[in-house]
Design a protein around this ligand. Structure first.
Ligand code: 13P
Length: 236
């Protein structure tokens, strides 16, 4: 199981360092049953000493080792901090930053060639969810265009766009059905993301084919994130 925190554009370098040290101590204290991932802002990267189940990863990168891409971060810069885990395809990058499926696939293939762990995010907007499960699956499969779903270091995160940062959670039956449909073709771990919090994580992790969570807002508070790691430990 994976419990992951996506900081998005939150926390400073100082508060990230404090967060990671707090969470790492918590994991070291017998809370190491599951994998933990933390995706802070790139400005907060450092050479952290971490428990073996915990990795600090990158929310974003440009698919080059280095070059002339003003404002972007390439793999040479990530390598300096031993970054091994990457988020790709997040809905905020698709819908707010305008990343196309073609560009996302390019990032995926670049990371795959370098054998990085990839949390690959997919999710449908509300209008598609309202059109029913077949429309949802068609939309999601399009987000897998040119993506190698057999890549051994792939983790998929299903994050309905309308449930991200809104406090709205997909209902449990919809999560179960969507994960079951993804599982028909995908062997990789399947995470759920979208308004996961201390109050609902246990129910969500109890869904068949749900192998973890990718948490935004509720993960930004270190005590809450540790509580979620603790609650995940109590599942199975
Ligand atoms: P929220 O938990 O804030 O809904 O964000 C989910 C998310 O986008 C994680 O990547």
């Amino acid at each position: 199981m994976v419990v992951a925190a996506n900081f998005k554009t939150n926390h400073t370098r100082a508060s990230t360092t404090e967060f990671i040290s707090f969470v790492n101590d918590f994991i070291a204290n017998g809370n190491d049953k599951h994998q933990v991932r933390i995706y802070p802002c790139a400005t907060a990267f450092d050479n952290f000493t971490l428990q073996s189940v915990c990795k600090v990863g990158a929310q974003n990168f440009y698919p080059v080792d280095n070059g002339s891409f003003t404002g972007e971060v390439g793999f040479d810069q990530l390598a300096e901090f031993d970054i091994d885990s990457l988020l790709i395809g997040h809905s905020e990058r698709r819908h707010i930053l305008g990343e196309s499926q073609e560009f996302i696939a390019r990032k995926f293939n670049f990371a795959k060639e370098r054998n990085k762990e990839i949390i690959y995010c997919v999710g449908e907007p509300l209008a598609v969810r309202e059109a029913g499960i077949e429309a949802v699956m068609q939309y999601l499969w399009e987000q897998f265009s040119d993506i190698d779903i057999t890549y051994p270091r792939l983790i998929v995160a299903y994050e309905p766009v309308w449930a991200i940062g809104t406090g709205l959670v997909a209902n449990i039956e919809d999560i179960a059905q969507t994960h079951a449909r993804l599982r028909e073709k995908i062997d990789a771990p399947l995470l759920y993301g979208g308004s996961v919090k201390v109050e609902n994580i246990s129910e969500i992790l109890g869904v068949a084919n749900c192998d973890g969570v990718l948490v935004g807002t509720a993960s930004w508070q270190k005590e809450a994130f540790c509580n979620m790691i603790k609650l995940a430990q109590m599942i199975q």
